[in-house]
Design a protein around this ligand. Structure first.
Ligand code: GLA
Length: 386
């Protein structure tokens, strides 16, 4: 149990059931960072909430509206965190988001400063957790950044650095529990120190497994395909988080964005859109709101998929005995190549029913094997069942 104090483990186990219910399936929503970064304002967040409703995204499952870094102001004389001028009234913003049938998320750091240099929660954990609860916050992303300076370089004393980091995450988890409002807890420390091995113990509902994603096929595919092997650490209430979606941000082709959506669904990853929802085009909508792919991501069994063997073939077991199969055009295949998958290798004996989740067509009953030629940067994704 990683040597956590007994009192902390008691808190964790008491709340393990509540934690699982809080994120029984991977959280879905929108986050301000990938598109707006430090420029985000109250008006941008309201307009994102409006767009989630108008576009149908809320009804497709995208319910969290998460304000990332740069909302923070200074603390008042009593030490209570204030917002800055971009966010005049956080409680009013949360109320607005809730009035749309959505949930509200916020961001902080265990360090004195956030990544963007704003006020962090260090030394004010309980006070901040109480403030978030009073505002009506439903999701907290807690981002390591500023604490790294206090931890010192890992090389100097890895044990001390690691202990300090884990303690800081447990501390905020306990503070959130004490604050008494169910708040999804998103651990963000870029996958260091094998966070997947201790993130759930520390109270995390999700934990970032990698450094920051950017809106390029190289970044997205390096992150996505490097998740192989982490599947055993995920499950209802505690998910690996390969970072947010870039779909609709303009740096990738539609087939490449279909790869992100499909791979993230196979990975049981949180689906946090990161684009400007006031400029949603039809292609972006068709990718973000592919209900058949979302159903794979949100499958109630909560078992993360795995890489089958050939680099570009990934499989996920689903609750009713079905399997999702994704065949990708992997990274450097300029000329699309046929890839054949044998149903026996997927654990099926006898004929299987198949449905193409991007073409939205039934493929009828298939026997033996299936061959796909995924487009450059793209994917063929099937649901298979007997
Ligand atoms: C880090 C995180 C990002 C984002 C920024 C905000 O880089 O990994 O996701 O939250 O900080 O400053």
């Amino acid at each position: 149990m990683f040597g956590l104090p007994a009192s902390i483990l008691a808190v964790s186990s008491t709340h393990a059931g509540a934690q699982a219910q809080l994120a029984a399936t991977p959280p879905m929503g929108w986050n301000s960072w990938n598109h707006f970064a430090e420029k985000v304002t109250d008006a941008d967040v309201r307009s994102a909430a409006d767009a989630l409703v108008a576009s149908g995204m809320r009804d497709a499952g995208y319910v969290y509206v998460n304000v990332d870094d740069t909302w923070e102001g200074k603390r008042d004389a009593a030490g209570t965190i204030q917002t800055n001028s971009k966010f005049p009234d956080m409680k009013a913003l949360a109320d607005y988001v809730h009035s749309k049938g959505l949930k509200f998320g916020i961001y902080s750091s265990p360090g004195p400063k956030t990544c963007a240099g704003y006020e962090g929660s260090y030394g004010h954990e309980q006070q901040d957790a109480n403030t978030y609860a009073a505002w009506g916050v439903d999701f907290l992303k807690y981002d390591l950044c500023g604490l790294r300076e206090l931890m010192g370089p890992y090389e100097r004393d890895p044990k001390k650095a690691s202990r300090m980091m884990r303690d800081a995450y447990v501390k905020m988890h306990e503070a959130l529990v004490k604050a008494g409002r169910p708040i999804v807890y998103s651990i963000c420390q870029y996958g260091s120190d094998s966070v997947w091995q201790w993130g759930a113990e520390a109270g995390g509902n999700l934990w970032r497994t990698t450094d920051d994603i950017s809106d390029s096929f190289r970044s997205m595919s390096l992150i996505g395909f490097s998740q192989a092997g982490l599947e055993k650490y995920a499950g209802p209430g505690h998910w690996n988080d390969p970072d947010m979606l870039e779909i609709g941000n303009g740096g990738m082709l539609p087939d490449e964005y279909r790869t992100q959506m499909s791979l993230w669904a196979i990975l049981a990853a949180p689906l946090l859109a990161g684009n400007d929802l006031s400029k949603l085009d039809e292609t972006t909508k068709s990718i973000l709101m592919n209900k058949e792919v979302i159903a794979v991501d949100q499958d109630r069994l909560g078992r993360q998929g795995y890489r089958l063997g050939p680099l570009q073939v990934w499989v996920r077991e689903l609750a009713d005995g079905a399997k999702a199969l994704a065949i990708f055009n992997f990274v450097t295949d300029d000329v699309p190549q046929p890839v054949t998958v044998s149903f026996k290798d997927l654990g099926f004996t006898g004929p299987v029913h198949a449905r193409d989740l991007w073409a939205h067509t039934d493929l009828g009953t298939l026997s033996g094997e299936y061959t796909a030629v995924p487009p450059k940067g793209g994917v063929v994704m099937l649901r298979l069942w007997q």
